[in-house]
Design a protein around this ligand. Structure first.
Ligand code: R5P
Length: 299
């Protein structure tokens, strides 16, 4: 028999009303607990920002430079990434299940670099995403491209499935060669993705009017890295994007193709999570390049 308890022995903190915490992720305050919890694995709850490491390139271009051996080059970087964007194949075969950051699973695919890239279809079931404990599923959307309607349809179907289980949907705005990558185009593409169900959007940074892209997108934007540029330029792009309203970066080649991927991801982390200015972060990068941190010897 449970012991008889009296009200006098209990403490109900009657003088302390229960507080409602403000959820720090843009546009996500009305979502359910499960989705908020998954988003908190992607975005650091203290800053609301994410350093997402993108290594999903293999799904259309095979062993990309820097990703030939993910176990050798990427696994040591994981401790510096808030979240990881990748395919189920690499996740299952190479990434240690002890990784604690948010998993963003590539869910669209089809054509390789040998074909028309925009002709993508969904390439993942929501059950597989749940089995792999994904925080988000990611789909490429080609606004203005030849397969615009098909890829928008991929987004809406994926968002329906993901919503059912409280999984976030990341829409990646891909800009075809024939389109101009400017704020006007990105406003259109990002807004369409958010209106149609994306929980977060990955898009490119542009020097002019990027703040109008983030302002008119009601959900968080993470900045795509794009082709490898000098390290200071990549740090500057990240800094400006964040100052102009982005909630993080989703970078691949500018990290794993850097002269020192480990120094680069740490420098980027200082920009994203500690508000370092680009020059300060670059100085840190150069110091690490000259004097890599000594590894403690195991006895
Ligand atoms: C598709 O185009 C994907 O989003 C990429 O594979 C990847 O995430 C791009 O990363 P980055 O441009 O920073 O190398």
């Amino acid at each position: 028999m449970p012991e008889q308890e009296t009200v006098a022995e209990k403490n109900f903190y009657l003088d302390r009303p229960q507080k409602n915490q403000v959820f720090p992720i843009k546009g996500c305050h009305n979502t359910d607990w499960g989705l908020k919890n998954r988003l908190s694995r992607i975005f650091h709850p203290r800053t609301g920002r994410s350093l997402m490491l993108a290594i999903d390139h293999g799904y259309f271009q095979g062993p990309t430079t820097g990703l030939e051996r993910v176990d050798v080059t990427i696994v040591p970087l994981l401790k510096s990434a808030d979240s990881l964007m990748l395919t189920r194949g690499i996740l299952r075969s190479v990434i240690p299940p002890t990784y604690r950051g948010g998993i963003v699973l590539r869910a669209s695919g089809g054509p390789s670099i040998l074909k028309e890239l925009s002709n993508e279809h969904l390439a993942l079931d929501i059950e597989e995403a749940l089995r792999l404990n994904a925080a988000a599923v990611a789909v490429q959307v080609f606004i203005g491209g030849e397969y615009e309607t098909q890829t928008v349809n991929n987004l809406t179907r994926l968002a329906d499935m993901a919503c059912r289980y409280g999984v976030a949907t990341l829409a990646v705005t891909a800009v075809g060669r024939e389109l101009t990558r400017d704020a006007k185009y990105l406003r259109l593409a990002c807004r369409i993705c958010a209106e149609l169900g994306a929980t977060l959007v990955k898009t490119y940074y542009v020097a002019d009017d990027f703040e109008t892209v983030t302002a008119s997108c009601p959900v968080p934007i993470v900045i795509a890295g794009g082709k490898k540029v000098p390290e200071l330029d990549a740090l500057t792009m990240a800094y400006r994007g964040l100052q102009e309203g982005a909630a993080g970066v989703d970078m691949g080649r500018n990290i794993f193709q850097a002269a020192s991927p480990s120094a680069m991801i740490q420098a980027l982390r200082l920009v994203v999570q500690k508000n370092f200015k680009p020059q300060q972060a670059y100085q840190f990068y150069q110091e690490r390049l000259r004097k890599p941190r000594k590894r403690r010897s195991k006895r």
